[in-house]
Design a protein around this ligand. Structure first.
Ligand SMILES: *Cc1c(COP(=O)(O)O)cnc(C)c1O
Length: 445
């Protein structure tokens, strides 16, 4: 593959943008390919190379790169009528109505402009509502680039994970390993009266894809109830992807108090949202006192793209299609691993998938969780499959990044460039795309 144009563009980019990119995960080594355009389930780079795209913008593109006619015309009309106004529009109401109609725990929504902004606002809201300062987050959970959740450490021994964040932010953040109910009970035993909220992704979607063990969410829900704390589900990645229109909370049958959204709900445009019971969401200004505001919030072009994307998904068999291909992919990957690398683990659900290069496991897949790890205790691989972010980190991340990822790229398959971030199937992908990708996995693993 020739990458001369991408190389030249990156050379220019390095002079004017830190690391040559606007989001750190894009700085693939030695240099990223620059995308010229998308085409259905594929992308074409600046040198004309074509890839099957399983990055899908890191999650927002449920339908792929071609907007269906109804999405395209709504976006074009909105843009043509002036992109935004600083006054409310009908399309915001329509998208809010759509979300509240489909997501079980959500009665009201506030739209913002990114997943990060959604989690920042949700944490402020939980603190304002409860009058408490502490939040509990999962180690290796991801909630965007925000001060309160960029922490590392364990329990109440936490410190900021990035320079530029005062220690005092981390003082209010407690961490526990995902899937460890005892650790959660311990922090509540010690700090329960000070905990405003537990903030977790329903599935760790940015760190290997880790499925919850049976009863874990129920434990968190129970602890929050017992201590007057709020349960916040960060569904920025799982929202309108896992569990279809009811989101992961519907699939797992858990009602969080607050839900954060992003990615798919904006149909490919910048978006975030905070939803929940009216009593809580109405604490936001101007209905309540917890300050929240934004020049671009509820942007009409974004709202139109999100609304028409979700309507399209509701009216067509989008979730059946992407989830079916997800299953085909994960099963196919397990067949390949059984032959070539039985110690590795296939993870994911619905239209998410990943191969985690775990270091040990039984050398057969007999009786295993089919089509990706579901944390079934009866599965013979149960003790070996990742239970939290720490387990994923122990995997062969260097091999994944330095050997496997470039080998897939050379074979025309575009994956997220590290061990941790999920791959996504979109509506434009076909069974043939999945089978072509499986052939590439077979050669590259
Ligand atoms: C992507 C993501 C975020 C951050 O969203 P941005 O739009 O990148 O700010 C937050 N939480 C989760 C779970 C995410 O996947």
């Amino acid at each position: 593959m020739n990458h001369e144009q991408s190389r030249a563009l990156y050379d220019r980019a390095l002079s004017v943008m830190p690391g040559g990119v606007n989001s750190s995960v894009r700085a693939v080594r030695p240099y990223p390919f620059f995308v010229q355009k998308g085409d259905g389930g594929h992308v074409v780079d600046a040198d004309g190379n074509r890839y099957i795209d399983f990055v899908m913008g890191y999650g927002p593109l449920l339908l792929g790169h071609d907007m269906p006619e109804q999405v395209q015309s709504a976006v074009q009309q909105r843009a043509a009528e002036g992109p935004m106004y600083g006054a409310p529009t009908e399309v915001e109401v329509e998208l809010a109505e759509f979300v509240t109609r489909h997501v079980p725990s959500v009665e009201m929504v506030r739209f913002v402009n990114s997943g990060t902004e959604a989690t920042v606002s949700a944490v402020r809201l939980a603190r304002g509502y409860t009058g408490r300062d502490k939040i509990v987050v999962m180690q290796s959970g991801y909630h965007g680039a925000q001060e309160s959740t960029l922490v590392e450490g364990e329990g109440d021994h936490t410190h900021p994970s990035s320079p530029g964040i005062p220690e005092s932010f981390a003082e209010h953040t407690l961490t526990v390993p995902f899937n460890d109910p005892d650790a959660a009970r311990d922090v509540f035993d010690e700090h329960g009266d000070d905990i405003a909220a537990v903030l977790t992704e329903p599935i760790l979607g940015n760190y290997g894809i880790v499925h919850p063990v049976d009863g874990y969410h129920e434990t968190l829900r129970g602890l929050c109830n017992d201590h007057g704390s709020l349960l916040i589900f960060d569904e920025v990645i799982t929202g309108f992807r896992v569990g279809g229109l009811q989101c992961a909370q519907g699939k797992f049958d858990i009602e969080p108090d607050i839900t954060t959204f992003g990615k798919i709900v904006g149909g490919g445009f910048p978006v975030g949202a905070i939803g929940g019971k009216s009593e809580i969401i109405e604490q936001f200004t101007p209905a309540g006192d917890v300050f929240q505001s934004g020049t671009f919030s509820g942007h009409p072009v974004t709202m139109a793209a999100g609304l028409e994307t979700l309507r399209y998904a509701a009216e067509h068999d989008v979730y059946d299609h992407v989830n079916g291909l997800g299953e085909r992919m994960r099963s196919g990957l397990q067949d390949i691993l059984e032959e070539q690398a039985p110690e590795y683990t296939v993870v994911g659900t619905d239209s998410m998938f990943k191969v985690v290069f775990t270091r040990d496991g039984p050398d057969t897949f007999e009786g295993h969780c089919e089509a990706g790890c579901q944390q079934r205790p009866e599965c013979p691989r149960y003790d070996h499959c990742p239970k939290d972010g720490g387990d994923v980190k122990q995997a062969e991340t260097e091999r994944w990044e330095r050997l496997f990822w470039p080998a897939m790229k050379e074979r025309g398959v575009f994956l997220t460039a590290n061990q941790f971030e999920s791959q996504f199937i979109c509506d434009a992908h076909t069974a043939e795309d999945v089978d072509d990708a499986l052939e590439a996995y077979k050669e590259a693993i």
